[in-house]
Design a binder for this molecule. Structure first.
Ligand code: GAR
Length: 190
């Protein structure tokens, strides 16, 4: 059994989808959710899903081993970022080399880097009149959005699409692919 920790900070639709996908899976389990915002809706979702949820502040992340210790206590095999926007500190990167995965709501290397997250990305896509966008699932390293790419999927953007329309298309792709890609990576590395 491989155990996942899901790191999030927002609405938590990806946390919900990943948790539901693995709910009755004998090989992969979502063991906990980790958040860095006190009032984010994902906390509510974790409660409803019956998954333990832990909050850590910036100091805990960057100046202590509290998060690493939690991962060890829970025997976590993979850290999955699902709308988690902080860089991952070195202690976690070292312990979880190639075992931390992120989803980005664009076709990296385009529309990545600091400040490019969530709705900002969709607004930039509309502003630049892109004809396509998509999702990128990638390994996490010490920089924003620059680890090795595992998977990408595209969608068409119409001239009339608003940033909300783009977001809706991206969320469909995330729902369809993120859990399956996680499952594939975990099974291939058995
Ligand atoms: C998702 O669209 C994810 O791709 C994005 O944040 C959203 C979280 O939504 N991640 C990034 O922008 C990372 N740079 P959710 O909280 O509903 O899962």
């Amino acid at each position: 059994m491989k155990k996942l920790a899901l790191f999030a900070s927002g609405n938590g639709t990806n946390v919900q989808q990943i948790s539901e996908y693995f709910a009755n899976n004998n090989d992969v389990k979502v063991s906990c959710v980790v958040v860095n915002k006190k009032n984010c809706y994902v906390i509510e979702r974790a409660k409803n899903l019956n998954i333990p949820c832990y909050y850590f502040n910036r100091k805990d992340f960057y100046e202590s081993d509290k998060v690493l210790d939690l991962m060890k206590e829970n025997e976590i095999d993979y850290i999955i970022l699902a709308g988690f926007l902080w860089l991952i500190p070195n202690n976690l990167l070292m312990k979880y080399n190639n075992k931390i995965i992120n989803i980005h709501p664009a076709l990296l290397p385009k529309y990545g880097g600091k400040g490019m997250y969530g709705h900002n990305v969709h607004e930039a896509i509309v502003l630049h009149k892109e004809k396509e966008s998509g999702i990128t699932i990638h390994y996490v390293n010490e920089k924003y959005d620059s680890g090795d790419i595992i998977f990408q999927a595209k969608c068409k953007i119409e001239a009339k699409d608003s940033a909300d329309d783009v977001a809706a298309k991206i969320h469909l792709l995330e729902k369809e692919y993120y859990p399956k890609v996680i499952e594939k990576v975990v099974k291939e590395n058995k």
